[in-house]
Ligand binder design. Structure first.
Ligand SMILES: Cc1cc2nc3c(=O)[nH]c(=O)nc-3n(C[C@H](O)[C@H](O)[C@H](O)COP(=O)(O)O)c2cc1C
Length: 188
């Protein structure tokens, strides 16, 4: 068995899926993004790579604020829709119930599982995309999905995106204990 060369775009990598919220031309706009990750804990920071021509990016650049919203399965159709149509042509402001934090210009989505209010820390211009690095001002969880201080996997149904299959998947069974299962390989 050998390792074969494949196209970078074919890399099989289930990714998180988020809705990026921004105020554009005085109305909330939301777009779907798979190229998202946490990048720093203290201060809390995230990064998301967005096509520089997207309507949402116009608002992020203008206000220097935006939100990251992690959807739950109940809003899977609307999440997909926000990735199919642009705010340039369609008004997406009424899709969700917005709420605001300290900045007043980062519309967050009440129906999502988690929402993060962000300020722009830096925008790195890539050949086709803008890598937006954000500092998280505040993080909110939808009470409906919380037990104690955490999202309860028995209450919420998170999902991820597999581009190669053009599908959203829920979480499968746990395969092992993180930061633990590998300990048996540590040399004594
Ligand atoms: C599942 C999915 C994932 C997507 N991921 C990204 C992404 O990571 N970055 C990006 O720029 N666009 C991504 N898109 C495309 C944008 O969401 C789409 O072009 C959207 O219409 C832009 O909206 P706007 O012009 O209102 O900002 C994705 C679309 C879908 C359906």
């Amino acid at each position: 068995m050998s390792n074969i060369k494949i196209d970078f775009k074919s890399v099989y990598y289930p990714s998180p899926i988020v809705l990026v919220g921004a105020m554009v031309d005085d109305r909330p706009n939301y777009m779907t993004a798979a190229w998202f990750t946490k990048v720093h804990n203290t201060p809390p920071m995230i990064a998301v790579s967005l096509g520089s021509g997207h309507f949402t990016v116009k608002g992020i650049r203008a206000n220097k604020t935006f939100s990251i919203n992690i959807p739950e399965a109940l809003i899977i159709e609307k999440t997909d829709y926000c990735g199919l149509v642009s705010g340039k042509r369609v008004d997406k402001s009424d899709l969700f119930t917005p709420f605001y934090g300290q900045t007043d210009s980062a519309p967050m989505i009440s129906e999502s599982m988690i929402s993060m209010e962000c300020t722009v820390s830096e925008i790195v211009s890539l050949p086709q995309d803008d890598l937006v690095i954000g500092t998280v001002v505040e993080t909110y969880a939808n009470e409906k999905y919380v037990s104690g201080e955490c999202i309860d996997p028995h209450k919420a149904v998170p999902f991820c995106y597999v581009s190669q299959e053009k599908k959203y998947f829920g979480l499968g069974r746990a395969l092992g204990a993180a930061r633990s299962i590998g300990k048996k390989l540590i040399q004594k």
